[in-house]
Design a protein around this ligand. Structure first.
Ligand SMILES: Cc1cc2nc3c(=O)[nH]c(=O)nc-3n(C[C@H](O)[C@H](O)[C@H](O)COP(=O)(O)OP(=O)(O)OC[C@H]3O[C@@H](n4cnc5c(N)ncnc54)[C@H](O)[C@@H]3O)c2cc1C
Length: 332
């Protein structure tokens, strides 16, 4: 086995994914965990932030317990593209040698972080659901494996940095409260890679398609919704309530909802203020992704359905009658 390299002086990094100057909700979650890991190792916690509005987002990061924020606003980073992001992160990491780099397992983090890991010739664990420092001071990364049937613990002993993407909503966000961290703008990269994308228009997401992982209200359906027509009703309800649509795996497998709407062990983890579950049985694989919601309301025809064991309110009724009635109540 290769000997462990000395701890990188750059400390623990949390990639500060942002849009138009606002941090993605996963970033405060990673800052909370990153702070814990950095303190265990006696290292600083830094947040590199890329793109237009990076400086504003870096200041937002410094309102949390972060030691250093590193904004980079080079024009080739203005519109997200995996190649320049990977090259920039790898360049900064090559100079400053962090021990650990974490990013959210978002569409962006999942795409560019593995590319950065290749450039840095190190390993990466994707989609982690647990992180801790092992007795030999390695990052112990927990992720689901073999289709979600096995929890794998992974370490990267011989390479630095140790890199991981982490599912949103797994960790609680860091408390607000800065610690006088510094802002250090990264000088523009020499010889930036060619940008192959151009932004034509900026369209905000619609309510029904709102960011699921960060939603405060989730309207979820399962096989009990009976088909695409049932899901169209749920989509209308989600839009009406300003929530995000979600689905069980059975509904996704049936093609009634897209895969990025799946909640559960092999889908997304959500922790909304209110989770409305219609026609979902409440299998353990589904509960794994939503049982930590603040409040759960379940509608299921079967009064013995396991979903009722986690629900604050339960209604043993036909969802295909309840949802249209709700829409009528809401003025449709
Ligand atoms: C390795 C692995 C990973 C998995 N990962 C996930 C995951 O990430 N997410 C996930 O969801 N599942 C996952 N599953 C699948 C999971 O085990 C269940 O099979 C799935 O969650 C069931 O979906 P469901 O509740 O929609 O369907 P069913 O279990 O078929 O339940 C349908 C429910 O609807 C009710 N119902 C029927 N008609 C009506 C009606 N008209 N009104 C009201 N209620 C009605 C029924 O009483 C029943 O309780 C995984 C399975 C495995 C093996």
């Amino acid at each position: 086995m290769r000997e462990a390299p000395a701890a990188g002086p750059g400390g623990v990094w949390v990639f500060g994914e942002q849009e138009e100057g606002r941090l993605h909700p996963v970033v405060p979650e990673l800052i909370g965990k990153g702070r814990e890991l950095a303190d265990r190792l006696g290292l600083p916690l830094a947040v590199p932030v890329f793109g237009r509005g990076a400086e504003a987002a870096a200041r937002e990061a410094l309102a949390h317990p972060v030691d250093l924020a590193i904004p980079a606003e080079d024009p080739e980073l203005w519109i997200y593209s995996p190649e320049p992001y990977a090259a920039r992160l790898a360049g900064l990491a090559g100079e400053r040698r962090p021990e650990i780099i974490l990013a959210g397992a978002t569409a962006i983090g999942r795409e560019f972080l593995p590319r950065a890991a290749v450039l840095l010739k190190t390993g990466l664990t994707a989609d982690c659901v647990g992180l801790e420092i092992s007795p030999d001071r390695l990052l112990r990364q927990t992720c689901l494996s073999f289709g979600g049937n096995v929890m794998a613990a992974i370490v990267c002993p011989g390479r630095r940095p140790q890199m991981a993407t982490v599912r949103p909503r797994v960790f609680r966000p860091a408390e607000k409260g800065g610690r006088g961290g510094r802002l250090e703008t990264a000088p523009p990269a020499a010889g930036p890679p060619a940008v192959r994308k151009r932004r034509l228009e900026w369209l905000p997401e619609t309510a029904g398609g709102a960011d699921l992982a960060g939603a405060d209200l989730v309207v979820a359906g399962g096989r009990g919704m009976g088909g695409p027509k049932g899901f169209a009703l749920l989509e209308r309800l989600a839009r009406r309530l300003g929530g995000a649509l979600a689905a069980s795996r059975a509904a996704v497998d049936a093609g009634w909802a897209p895969p990025d709407r799946q909640v559960g062990q092999t889908g997304i983890t959500v922790r909304p203020k209110l989770y409305l579950a219609f026609g979902i049985s409440g299998a353990a694989h589904h509960l794994a992704g939503m049982a930590d919601s603040d409040r759960i309301l379940a509608v299921n025809r079967d009064p013995g359905a396991p979903i009722f064991s986690v629900a604050a309110w339960g209604l043993a009724a036909d969802a295909l009658e309840v949802v249209p009635a709700l829409l009528r109540e809401l003025g449709e």
